[in-house]
Design a binder for this molecule. Sequence first.
Ligand SMILES: [Zn+2]
Length: 239
Amino acid sequence: MSRKSPARRLLRGSERDKVAADLKVRYEAGTSVRALAESSGRSYGGVHRLLADAGVAFRSRGGAQRRDPLAGTAQRSAALDPVVLASGVGLRNAADRGEGVFATRSFLGGELVLVGVIEAELDHNDAHASQIDEGRFVRHGGLMPKVNHSCDPNCGIRLNVSGAHDLVSRFPIAAGQEITFDYAMRNYTIKHFPARCQCRTPRCRGRITGWKDLPSDRKAAYQGFVAPYLLDLEGRHTG
Ligand SMILES: [Zn+2]
């Protein structure tokens, strides 16, 4: 990825203040200097200077209350570490839709929002199952099963090294927004869900459908944010 170029760019005046203020918010929400440097494409020293100029009170290295959500993700998530699983997101009441998962900090576009962990392999599909191949369904652990569907979601699916689904932001997300993905990004067909969708976005399809029944413009819009086996399945069924 070409994350290197912005690091070389000099910031000045109001732009610098804006960047520093954004970094300050994220640092104070628990993100480490190193993670901020990685996600913003700046050097560690550059981020540190911006934070210092913004008046941040730095945490001591050993005394940080929260851990870097990106460091050692695969190993820690395998142990169902609740800190990692819930970093930057939390469970809240989503009005009339029951519980939902909400951002507790802002995310950039393309950022890892929720680490997926496979809790169990299932021998059948059900309302909380994730499809990982034709006829193979798993149950994700942590907060993943609590993430609501949207027909215009702010997150998409990315397969991680364990074969589980991570949620990745499709565009920047502000703190306090509900985290959503389209269940069609994960399941080829949807059989065990209430017929009516309640996402209330202007793009709502009216009912929650699987990838098989997703309109082609949505398939195009979700490119890069879809579980890869869906594309294999589609190829097998249409090819
Ligand atoms: Zn909808």
